[in-house]
Design a binder for this molecule. Structure first.
Ligand code: SF4
Length: 450
C-alpha cells in the first residue's frame, strides 16, 4: 500500500494516474469512518453585519503610525489552552505543557473581545491542542459577533478527525463570510512523525489522523459548499526531521497536496530549555548554521520558486482569487524574512507586536507576543485580563504596556525571533515597502493559478 510513505521511494510513485478513491486508498484514508464527512447538524447563521474588509484596518494602521498613536490590534494570537494529549519536544510550550489549566472562561473571553477594538482582522488560535478547549466553536462565534474578524486560523494536531469536522460544520454555518483555515501539524513521513510527536500510546497513528482530517476537510468543503475553508499542513523544521525534509517536501507537493504547506523554523523560545542545542546567540557567534537552519533556508527557497512556477499549490480558498493570492504572498515574504533573520541580514520591516499584533495567553496574560508574555526570567506581559474585568483596552493602554512596548524588536528575546503570526504578519501589511512587494508577488501567484 504505502510506497509513497516510504522514506526512500520517490513521492510521486504510486499515485500518478490514480482515481480520487484509489489515491485515498493509497494514503490509507477511509472517510467512511467519519460520519461528519457525510452529514451535519444544521444550525442557524448568526445575524451580524460587520465590515470585515482588511482595507480599513490597514489604513487606520498607517494613520496611527503617522500620528504616533498606539493602534488597536489587527491580528491576535490567542492561546486557548496549554493542555495537550501529545508532548512534542519542539513545542513552544514544551516546558510548561499541561501545567496551566485555569483557562479563561467563555464569558471572560467575550469581555476581552468586546473591548479589543474594531481593527481586528485575523485571529490565530493556538495551544496546546486547541480542540481540547471544548468551547472552541463558541469562542470563534464570539469573535465573529463582537469583532470585525475576517480570517481565523486553528492550529491542531488533528488527533480526532471527526471532532475537527464537527467544529468546521458549526463554525462555517454559524459565521457566514468568515474564512477558516485549519493548520494541521505533521512532521514528515509516518515513521518520523509518529516518533517525533510523542503520543502516549505507541500504537497511536498521529500521521494517519492528520491525513484523514485533511482529506475529510477537503471532502466537506466540496460536499457542503464551504467556499472559504482551507486546510494547511504545518511542519516544524527541527533537528528531529532535518534528514527527511527534502523527501517530505516533495511528498507534500506532489502527493498530499494540501491547500498550503507551512514550514516553520523551530522556535528560539525562551521556554525550550530541555533540548541540547546551543542558543541562537551561541550558534551565531560560532558563525555556523545548524543543519536544520540550513535546510530551512534551502527548502523555503525551493517553495518560493515552485510557487512562482506553479509547481506547488499555494493558494487559499477566499472570496476572491486576489485575496487568496495576497495571503499567499504574505506567507512567502514571511519566510523570506525568517531566512534573513537566520542569516542576521537587515530586516525588511520592524516588529509590530504590541501595537498591530496582540497576544492573549490561556489564563489571560496579554502582551505583544508569547516571548514577552512567558519569559520565565523577566516576563514582559502587559497585564492580565482577570485583573481588569476582561477590559482589553485597560491593559493595552496601561502602564506596563507603555513600559514594555518600546522594547519590541529590541529586547534579548527578539534576536533570532521567527514568530510568523506575532512578528511578521502584523508588520508586513502595515509597511509601504512590503505591502507593495506583497501585491506584486500576489499578481505572479494569481497568474500561475489560472
Ligand atoms: S521580535 Fe521581539 S517583540 Fe517581536 S515578536 Fe519577536 S520576541 Fe516578540
Amino acid at each position: 500500500m504505502a510506497t509513497i510513505l516510504h522514506p526512500d521511494s520517490h513521492p510521486a510513485e504510486g499515485v500518478a494516474g490514480l482515481s480520487a478513491e484509489q489515491r485515498l486508498a493509497q494514503l490509507g484514508v477511509d472517510l467512511t469512518k467519519y460520519p461528519a464527512v457525510f452529514e451535519r447538524e444544521s444550525v442557524e447563521p448568526l445575524s451580524c453585519a460587520k465590515n470585515r474588509e482588511i482595507t480599513g484596518p490597514i489604513l487606520r494602521g498607517f494613520a496611527d503610525q503617522l500620528l504616533g498613536k498606539v493602534s488597536n490590534p489587527v491580528m491576535l494570537t490567542h492561546i486557548v489552552t496549554t493542555r495537550c494529549n501529545y508532548s512534542c519536544g519542539f513545542c513552544s510550550f514544551a516546558d510548561t505543557l499541561n501545567a496551566k489549566t485555569n483557562e479563561l472562561s467563555l464569558t471572560e473571553i467575550e469581555q476581552a473581545y468586546a473591548t479589543i477594538g474594531q481593527n481586528l482582522n485575523v485571529i490565530v488560535y493556538s495551544g496546546g491542542e486547541t480542540t481540547l478547549n471544548k468551547h472552541l466553536p463558541q469562542i470563534i462565534e464570539a469573535a465573529y459577533r463582537l469583532t470585525p474578524v475576517k480570517s481565523v486560523y486553528i492550529i491542531s494536531n488533528a488527533w480526532k478527525p471527526d471532532l475537527l469536522l464537527q467544529i468546521t460544520h458549526q463554525v462555517m454555518q454559524r459565521c457566514p463570510g468568515l474564512h477558516l483555515t485549519w493548520s494541521l501539524s505533521i512532521e514528515g513521513p509516518k515513521p518520523t512523525n509518529n516518533a517525533t510527536r510523542y503520543t502516549k500510546s505507541p500504537t497511536w497513528d498521529a500521521w494517519q489522523n492528520t491525513i484523514d482530517a485533511m482529506e475529510g476537510l477537503k471532502a466537506i468543503r466540496e460536499r457542503f459548499g464551504y467556499d472559504e475553508l482551507d486546510v494547511q499542513l504545518c511542519t516544524v523544521c527541527s533537528p528531529g526531521n532535518v534528514d527527511v525534509l527534502d523527501h517530505w517536501y516533495e511528498t507534500v507537493r506532489d502527493v498530499l497536496q494540501p491547500d498550503k504547506w507551512n514550514l516553520n523554523l523551530m522556535r528560539k523560545s525562551v521556554q525550550m530549555s530541555s533540548h541540547q542545542l546551543a542558543s541562537f546567540d551561541a550558534r551565531r557567534a560560532a558563525l555556523q548554521l545548524e543543519p536544520f537552519e540550513a535546510k530551512y533556508l534551502d527548502i523555503t527557497q525551493r517553495v518560493r520558486a515552485d510557487v512562482l512556477s506553479g509547481k506547488l499549490k499555494f493558494l487559499y480558498h477566499t472570496r476572491t482569487p486576489e485575496d487568496g493570492a495576497l495571503k499567499s504572498a504574505v506567507d512567502l515574504i514571511s519566510q523570506e524574512e525568517n531566512r534573513r533573520t537566520v542569516l542576521e541580514e537587515s530586516p525588511q520591516f520592524g516588529c509590530k507586536a504590541g501595537s498591530l499584533g496582540a497576544y492573549i495567553g490561556s489564563e489571560g496574560d496579554v502582551s505583544g507576543c508569547e516571548e514577552f508574555a512567558h519569559n520565565p526570567v523577566a516576563s514582559k506581559a502587559f497585564g492580565n485580563l482577570r485583573d481588569v474585568n476582561g477590559n482589553f483596552q485597560a491593559i493595552w493602554h496601561g502602564e506596563k504596556a507603555s513600559q514594555y512596548r518600546p522594547l519590541v524588536g529590541k529586547a534579548p528575546e527578539c534576536r533570532g525571533c521567527t514568530l510568523e503570526s506575532q512578528r511578521n504578519y502584523p508588520s508586513i501589511l502595515i509597511s509601504f515597502k512590503t505591502i507593495l512587494k506583497a501585491k506584486a508577488l500576489a499578481g505572479q501567484i494569481k497568474r500561475q493559478s489560472v
